[in-house]
Design a protein around this ligand. Structure first.
Ligand code: TMP
Length: 204
């Protein structure tokens, strides 16, 4: 049986990474094999592209194309083989992030992103996407507490993150079957209860 593909999304600082390991363990406890990965990254080439993307100033379309180049490699080497082998894939970000950051945050025409999506992974979308939603002010407080050296995205202002968040919220409203919105302002314990319900549903 094909594995399930789960992605985690949200503005930087919303806390998704805090929950990655717990979700992976919970899926493992349900008897499934799971691979934990991330974007941009997840492969040797993808991790090299990640270093460039997080550090180098570049044209917005270059940035978008490199995100999809890393994704193409990630699909070929990690995501598709794992799903075909029945392994679950838990990815810290996927194509929703390109719509939110390059589309919402930076203002790239969403149709261009749709065209790249159709080219790079026609017919493939996550089985479930967990969007960790938090006010941009609180996310900024958490980022400042966590990161001494903010990367190129983390250095963006509150308006940028408000546009990123707006696209995540719009996509959650547009794809209610796939996208689960998580109120990341709750306690970790309360968030885990919500995650538990979503994971159980997907295991059935
Ligand atoms: P991370 O900090 O969650 O690992 O993600 C790295 C950064 O890359 C984050 O600020 C969001 C950004 N990003 C995009 O702008 N577009 C994308 O398609 C992806 C996958 C990530």
């Amino acid at each position: 049986m094909r594995g399930r593909f789960i992605t985690l999304e949200g503005v930087d600082g919303a806390g998704k990474s805090t929950h990655m390991d717990w979700i992976a363990r919970r899926i493992g406890a349900a008897g499934k094999k799971v691979v934990v990965t991330r974007e941009p990254g997840g492969t040797p080439l993808g991790e090299e592209l990640r270093k460039l993307l997080l550090a180098q100033p570049m044209h917005l379309e270059t940035e978008t194309l490199l995100m999809f180049a890393a994704r193409r490699e990630h699909l070929d080497r990690i995501i598709l083989p794992a799903l075909a082998a029945g392994t679950w894939v838990l990815s810290d970000r996927f194509t929703d992030a390109t719509f939110a950051y390059q589309g919402g945050g930076r203002g790239l025409n969403l149709e261009k992103i749709e065209r790249l999506e159709d080219w790079v992974h026609p017919g493939l979308e996550p089985d479930m996407t967990l969007v960790f939603d938090l006010s941009v002010e609180e996310a900024k407080r958490r980022r400042l507490a966590a990161s001494a050296a903010p990367d190129r995205f983390e250095q963006e202002d509150l308006d940028f993150f408000a546009r990123v968040r707006a696209v995540y919220l719009a996509r959650a409203a547009r794809y209610p079957q796939r996208i689960r919105l998580i109120d990341a302002g709750q306690s970790v314990a309360d968030i885990r209860k919500v995650l538990e319900d979503h994971i159980i549903t997907l295991c059935q």
